[in-house]
Design a protein around this ligand. Structure first.
Ligand SMILES: [Zn+2]
Length: 424
């Protein structure tokens, strides 16, 4: 066992932040040997209950749950910041040519290591990531994550049409490869598999049907895709699947909406779509910096809450512009404020932080496992320095409430705030 004395941030079951200015976090193995939170709370109350346990003094720092990134593309690490006129030209001119290089396992391994270094440096301890259509890209990322005992979920991209040579796969083989990867990796150590149709336009109905069959056969496996990001894309889907009620309806028709199904963007949904998200237990990966960068639109928080659908935050690198959860939370605040195309609202700092930790974990079906520092949670946490820059030090010193402290970190923070990232 080991203990840490610092300010501690965590979340109660009703999503409100709980903060101990002088707290103690005790971590150690549980009955199955997983490294978990054994005690957490006020230092004066807990301090003498663990005699003989070494306490690292981190006063002046904040311990917080490791961040959970609900949607990110590891092969797009080098596509970040690519100039393009919107989503479809961006895919064609930058993303697909780049992803074709991941058929080379050595190349994939190199990017996987850099990618995980970058997540860790930014305090992200759980990620739901796209690989490419090449099984070698999946193996490379799983092997790298396993070596770090990181909780990581990924999958081979399915795209058997409207994709150039080099990334397009073959319908039957793509499903055989997917099932083989599930059997090899899902549930091994902290790894999980996600069935990963890129998005409806790049899969034939046969491939989507096969993905749905696998999603039913392996209910603990995740599903990830994109939906309703941009109006041109929505129009294209309507042409390709004229019988579907809506873009989201395509996924419903093929059995791809269920618990543990995460759909990036969910911008151009209607009321019936949001109700379907809620009824099926599927969740949205809200990707604000990507949506602002590509000019796709604004996630409607008020409508999502009215429907009771689940969501959490995601960087969506490389459409997203930063690995930093702080930049993503600030982007989400700006997206929430936007009031020309939908109801504008002010998300509280606690809500923003929850969406990128406990809320994202809940969307994944991993509430109480990651994304929080409640008793029994896996001990993934970050050590944050609220004085990391002169302006942050000045600003956080003047904070008179938890909201002011957290918001200063959200608006002014980046990787300089993250002193250390601990993975269970
Ligand atoms: Zn994406």
């Amino acid at each position: 066992m080991k203990a840490y004395r610092a300010a501690i941030l965590r979340f109660s079951d009703d999503q409100t932040p709980v903060y101990d200015p002088d707290g103690l976090l005790v971590v150690g193995p549980d009955a199955t040997g997983r490294r978990v939170v054994r005690a957490v709370g006020d230092f004066r109350t807990l301090g003498d209950r663990f005699p003989g346990v070494a306490v690292e003094d981190l006063r002046g720092h904040i311990l917080a749950p490791g961040f959970v990134d609900l949607h990110i593309h590891y092969p797009q690490t080098d596509v970040i910041g690519a100039p393009a006129a919107g989503l479809l030209p961006w895919l064609e001119n930058y993303t697909f040519p780049h992803e074709s290089r991941f058929s080379d396992a050595t190349y994939a391994r190199g990017v996987a290591e850099f990618f995980l270094d970058e997540l860790q440096r930014h305090g992200v301890t759980t990620a739901l990531a796209f690989a490419t259509s090449h099984p070698s890209s999946v193996n490379a990322l799983f092997e790298a994550a396993q070596a770090r005992s990181m909780r990581l979920i990924t999958g081979k991209v399915l795209q058997d049409r409207h994709s150039p040579d080099g990334v397009r796969d073959e319908t039957e083989q793509s499903l055989i490869d997917t099932e083989a990867l599930i059997q090899r990796w899902h549930g091994v150590d902290r790894l999980g598999y996600a069935i990963t149709p890129r998005f409806a336009p790049t899969s034939t109905p046969e491939q989507l049907r096969g993905a749905g069959v696998l999603a039913a056969r392996y209910p603990s496996v995740w599903v990830q895709s994109h939906v309703a990001e941009n109006v041109d894309e929505v129009r294209w889907v309507t042409e390709l699947f004229p019988q579907a009620r809506s873009y989201l309806g395509v996924y419903a028709d093929f059995g791809l909406l269920r618990e543990r199904a995460i759909y990036a963007h969910c911008i151009h949904l209607d009321t019936a779509d949001r109700a379907l998200m809620q009824q099926t237990g599927a969740a949205a990966a809200v990707s604000p910096t990507s949506n602002l960068f590509l000019g796709s639109g604004f996630f409607d928080y008020a409508a999502a809450d009215a429907a009771g659908m689940r969501y959490g935050l995601a960087s969506d690198v490389g459409g997203g512009t930063s690995f930093s959860p702080f930049h993503t939370m600030l982007g989400a605040y700006c997206v929430g404020r936007e009031g020309q195309t939908k109801t504008g609202l002010s998300l509280t700092p606690g809500q923003l932080w929850w969406q990128h930790t406990a809320g994202a974990a809940q969307a994944l079906g991993l509430a109480g496992v990651v994304g929080n520092l409640q008793l029994g949670c896996e001990a993934d946490f970050v050590v944050l320095n609220p004085q990391a820059t002169p302006l942050l030090a000045r600003k956080t010193a003047q904070a008179t409430s938890l909201d002011e402290l957290l918001f200063a970190l959200i608006v002014l923070g980046d990787d300089r705030v993250v002193v250390r990232t601990h993975m269970a």
